[in-house]
Design a protein around this ligand. Structure first.
Ligand SMILES: Nc1ncnc2c1ncn2[C@@H]1O[C@H](COP(=O)(O)OP(=O)(O)OP(=O)(O)O)[C@@H](O)[C@H]1O
Length: 447
């Protein structure tokens, strides 16, 4: 809902039908008709209004197409939507320019439901519930790999046993540990996340298990360690493989007997705490090399959870990227609202060595540097990923990308009916099949 005084305005360059206008008005959008060939588009825009522009190519001749492409280039901060007719040739350079500058494409007759939904998203309405597991805090992604993680989280959360979480850096091991805590009976008790690799070697014991006054030089007062401070709750030990030998013994004792001793004391303290541990190194190897106690390894490794690398779940990348962008926009003024078609391709194709953390960093950086409504490949610093290889020209790549998007849009609007799609695009059904194959559009999965 639009709850401030600003209005929502769709500037329609072309000729909206009365039905289209009426449906938009019902949805709270004012339609203003613009003229692409007039100076500045022929419409004044009030500061503070939410503005989206429609490049309606249904009636556009070559001259209008040129003016439209120029207008779009002159106003990159406005989110543009393109509207094609079944006859529009996506191969023409002018149409290609328009498509490249557009956030989304529609083919006539317009699917008004989808248009209004798209406009709502651009205006910053709450996105529809995208997660199939909204009750699992912090975990985003509906890919099969993530669904398997969520199933394990649900199974492991209520069981009061240690969980060893493995996975590359930035895959969300701490996020998973927090989710386990939040889904458990301990949710109202403390959660402590400790990076074992970041603790100074000589202070590990006292940091984790506390110390008595005078236990060592500088111990001027009794101090409670992280474990005691988290009594009744959960302790997450990140980089557990970095624990020095004496701390490994103390941890083993805590896991076996449920007791600890502060440094400088011989008194055992009973403690109820759940231990979760994570590693991105091969703990089995550390055991084989004698750097990690085997008995402790078995105690920690009762339940095991592997966080998949981001490249194993390419389906989640775009969803995560949009979520990161939306949440960045809530906190900072920025023009970017979405990703260009080529940027989306780069996001999917990149190998993400730094996983979700790297994705978050790249999206935030791109949101800061992006000049227009769409984040480009250059904003993401991913030009190499989509750089033409072999004989492909950059224009060829753009063309391919525009062709794929146009076919997808038409298929969606034809409700994935091949004959209908072929009729609208004025090509044969065989051509549609061939293009789907070329662009790896799997028809059963495209819904
Ligand atoms: N599924 C997810 N949904 C949303 N954000 C996520 C997800 N997974 C990870 N993140 C975000 O990615 C960043 C890295 O996550 P996290 O610190 O949990 O990774 P990690 O595997 O523990 O990394 P490291 O091994 O380097 O300690 C965090 O900002 C986190 O919020």
């Amino acid at each position: 809902m639009n709850n401030d005084m600003s209005i929502r305005c769709l500037v329609w360059f072309g000729e909206p039908t009365s039905i289209e206008r009426a449906r938009l008005a019902q949805a709270g959008w004012h339609t203003r008709v613009g003229d692409a060939s007039a100076q500045g588009g022929g419409v004044g825009i009030r500061r503070g209004d939410t503005v989206v522009a429609m490049a309606d190519l249904r009636q556009a001749g070559t001259e209008t197409l040129r003016s439209m492409a120029k207008l779009m280039a002159d106003h990159p901060r406005i989110p543009w939507i393109a509207l094609l007719s079944a006859d529009t040739s996506v191969q023409s350079p002018e149409v290609e320019r328009v498509l490249r500058a557009s956030i989304d494409f529609f083919t006539a007759p317009v699917d008004m439901h989808r248009l209004i939904e798209t406009l709502g998203k651009l205006a910053g309405d709450a996105p529809p519930q995208v997660s199939a597991h909204a009750d699992v805090p912090g975990i985003t992604g509906n890919s099969p790999a993530m669904m398997a993680v969520v199933a394990s989280l649900r199974k492991y959360a209520p069981v009061d046993l240690p969980v060893l979480i493995t996975g590359e850096t930035g895959t969300g091991k701490e996020v998973a540990a927090r989710a386990l805590h939040k889904l458990s009976q301990r949710r109202d008790r403390p959660f402590a996340a400790i990076n074992c690799g970041a603790l100074p070697a000589n202070l590990v014991q006292s940091e984790l298990f506390g110390h008595e006054r005078g236990a060592f030089t500088g111990a001027n007062a009794r101090r409670v360690g992280h474990f005691e401070a988290a009594a009744g709750g959960t302790v997450f030990l990140d980089e557990v493989g970095d624990l020095p030998p004496d701390a490994q013994i103390s941890l083993l004792r805590l896991l076996q007997e449920g007791t600890l001793e502060r440094v400088g004391s011989t008194q055992s303290i009973k403690l109820d705490v759940r231990v979760l541990a994570a590693t991105h190194v091969d703990l089995e190897k550390a055991v084989a090399q004698g750097r990690f106690r085997e008995d402790l390894y078995y105690r920690l490794n009762v339940l095991r959870l592997r966080m998949p690398a981001l490249r194993e779940r390419a389906d989640d990348v775009l969803q995560l990227a949009q979520i990161f962008l939306d949440s960045f926009r809530k906190q900072h003024a920025c023009h970017a609202r979405t990703f260009s078609a080529l940027a989306r391709k780069a996001l999917r194709d990149f190998s993400w060595p730094g996983n979700v953390r790297e994705l978050l960093n790249r999206v935030q950086r791109a949101a800061v540097v992006a000049e227009g409504a769409q984040i480009s490949v250059a904003d993401l610093d991913l030009e190499d990923v989509v750089a033409p290889k072999g004989g492909h020209s950059s224009l060829g790549l753009m063309r391919t990308s525009a062709e794929r998007d146009a076919i997808m849009a038409c298929l969606r609007e034809s409700r994935f009916n091949i004959s209908e799609c072929a009729r609208r695009l004025k090509v044969s059904r065989v051509t549609i099949y061939r293009l789907c194959k070329k662009h790896q559009l799997v028809l059963e999965d495209t819904h």
